[in-house]
Write a protein that binds this ligand. Structure first.
Ligand SMILES: Nc1ncnc2c1ncn2[C@@H]1O[C@H](COP(=O)(O)OP(=O)(O)OP(=O)(O)O)[C@@H](O)[C@H]1O
Length: 585
């Protein structure tokens, strides 16, 4: 028999979580059986105490006998309640551990899964899954585990006891309990439906809240605040309504389940009296009658709980179905790169790419770049400049070949690519943290040289808290140019064979751009720098210019590009003229 190790077990199966907690579950089983079997001691001792009291009154027993019996009952209660405490502790621990494990897997999925797969879900929905659905699942599993003992074991114990007293009466009186379970089963669909509607409305509310907060300025500037707040308020009302409906389906049926399960008490009373008066199916004394009645009401109550439990599990199942797709096993990619020799080299051959359901953005593109070169990438609007950068990150599937140092990008994982390609995207993507942490990202790096390289050092030194300055969400406490340079410093602090810099100078003045480019030239002497830009002021200083247009690519040194590509030459001249006019002004 092949035994699966913990790591091989599938996190998208519920059984995995029960298996992981097998030791805790074993403890719950022991204490649960002790507690629940011990519960039958209650009715038994109550019956014995009644009998003893009658004997004391009749002068057959003394008060001491009664005290002794009461003392034993007390000790039994203490043991039983002690077991109950331990069982509760175990069950809570089981739920907490399970929620933690699920959250860990879900988090890994969010971090490592293909962004295209994740983008199928709205941010609010992902948050709802990561927080409330995981809790709902763990809670469902906790309730199930608890009730297996609190209801299942104790029901069996009670049933056994009742049968021992009067088999036929027990069969007759207990015939109603399954009816409650049957009704609960029939209510499965409305319960599942209402729980799913509630969860979806919460997801939508979270998405709207995130949108409202992150786009607050846009809504204020365009005067849409009231309209957005109204929409948020409406969604809140939907959530409240769905919460009430969902909870009503789950909880409002409990009294009905109780009544159905208790219906058998009529038989217990009728036949019980006959048993005591020796005309029934069994011969009882008064203690037996008390014990039986007590035991039966507890059993009826428990069986109505079982019906409610069934509904609670149905509700938790909705959450499980929502998170299960995000609990697929994720392998953290191995970042070891195959060995390569020689200086950095980028070779693009016959590259073609199209976004889904769109015409090709690139067709049969080929070019080659060597170490020490700075390549300016430009072209008409939306010609695919940023997309080319993202292809080098391995984020998009392409045909043809895209090789860095002889390694095909499509055959590498994201961790390996991160050792080959440094990237600065269109948006600075800054963390809501200090300047220092935005560069270090948890690594032990000296920030000063990188701030100097990006002409940001003096400005940071002048800030009252220097490197420890908090920059706010997305760097909002910095100017646009400071944000761009801080993001550039973070990229340059991690030397890679290829750097892709997507429009790094759009918010930087020409003099600062000049200074940074001089520094880049020194820093990039054994690397390749691909600089994507619309601003062509400095393209004449670059080694090559890559012109993208209508799915094709032309690469040439800047002078040749000026001479042979009229569209490029026109663009350069227009920008030069505008710069001259600005200077005159
Ligand atoms: N994720 C995407 N899905 C579908 N189409 C996309 C996606 N991203 C970009 N596009 C489309 O691909 C084309 C090229 O986009 P890209 O951002 O690469 O161009 P660009 O040259 O960098 O643009 P710009 O000149 O505005 O800087 C555009 O028509 C754009 O609408």
């Amino acid at each position: 028999m092949i035994r699966k190790s913990n790591r091989e077990r599938r996190p998208d199966r519920l059984s995995t979580y029960f298996y992981q907690e097998r030791r805790v579950l074993a403890g719950i089983t022991l204490t649960g059986i002790l507690y629940n079997a011990g519960l039958t001691a209650g009715p038994y001792f109550e019956g014995q105490l009644t009998l003893c009291l009658m004997a004391v009154l009749a002068g057959e027993k003394s008060g001491i006998d009664m005290i002794k019996l009461g003392g034993v009952y007390l000790i039994v209660i203490l043991i039983v309640q002690g077991a109950r405490c331990l069982k509760r502790f175990g069950v809570r621990r089981f739920a907490n551990d399970t929620a933690r494990s699920m959250r860990r897997v879900l988090y890994r999925n969010l971090v490592y899964q293909n962004p295209a797969v994740l983008s199928a879900d709205e941010a609010g929905s992902l948050m709802t899954k990561a927080i409330s659905d995981v809790d709902a699942c763990a809670e469902g599993m906790r309730k199930f585990t608890t009730e297996v003992f609190d209801t299942g074991v104790v029901m069996i114990a009670y049933l056994g006891m009742l049968m021992a007293y009067d088999l036929r009466l027990t069969l007759l009186a207990c015939v109603f309990a399954p009816l409650a379970a049957l009704l609960a089963q029939k209510l499965k669909h409305p319960i599942t439906r209402s729980a799913a509607a509630y969860k979806n409305s919460v997801s939508q509310l979270n998405t709207m809240t995130l949108d409202r907060v992150s786009n607050a300025l846009t809504y204020r500037v365009f005067g849409c605040e009231n309209q957005r707040d109204q929409a948020l308020g409406d969604q809140l009302a939907v959530v409240e309504k769905n919460a009430v409906v969902s909870s009503a389906w789950e909880n409002a049926m409990q009294p009905l389940y109780n009544i159905i399960a208790m219906a058998g008490v009529v038989f217990v009373l009728l036949r019980g009296v006959q048993n005591v008066s020796d005309t029934g199916w069994a011969a009882w004394d008064l203690a037996a009658f008390t014990t039986y009645l007590n035991c039966f009401s507890r059993l009826a109550l428990k069986s109505s709980h079982a019906a409610k439990l069934f509904n609670a599990v149905q509700k938790a199942k909705v959450s499980w179905q929502r998170i299960q797709p995000q609990l697929q096993p994720v392998k953290i990619p191995d970042s070891t790169l195959p060995p390569t020799a020689g200086p950095a080299e980028l070779k693009v051959e016959d590259l073609s790419f199209a976004y889904p359901h769109q015409p090709p953005l690139f067709e049969h593109v080929s070019f080659q770049v060597h170490a020490g070169q700075i390549i300016g990438i430009t072209g008409p609007l939306a010609c695919g400049k940023s997309t080319l950068g993202r292809l080098l990150l391995g984020e998009l599937p392409y045909t043809g070949s895209l090789r860095i140092n002889g390694l095909e990008i499509a055959q590498l994982n994201s961790a390996q690519i991160s050792h080959l390609v440094g990237y600065l995207g269109h948006a600075p993507q800054l963390l809501s943290d200090t300047i220092e942490e935005n560069i270090q990202l948890g690594e032990d790096l000296d920030c000063a040289p990188w701030l100097k390289l990006t002409a940001l050092k003096e400005e940071v030194v002048a800030m009252p808290e220097g490197l420890k300055t908090q920059i706010g969400a997305q760097g909002t406490r910095l100017s646009g140019g400071q944000q761009a340079r801080l993001a550039l410093a973070r990229t340059l602090a991690r030397p890679r064979p290829v750097w892709v810099l997507d429009d790094p100078f759009s918010a930087v003045d020409p003099a600062t751009e000049d200074e940074i480019l001089r520094n880049l030239r020194v820093l990039g002497k054994d690397r390749i720098i691909l600089l994507i830009s619309h601003r062509l002021t400095h393209f004449a200083q670059f080694d090559q210019v890559l012109w993208l247009e209508n799915g094709t690519a032309r690469i040439a040194d800047p002078a040749t590009m000026m001479a042979e590509n009229p569209a490029y030459a026109r663009l350069v001249k227009t920008q030069q003229k505008k710069a001259g006019d600005d200077d005159e002004k």
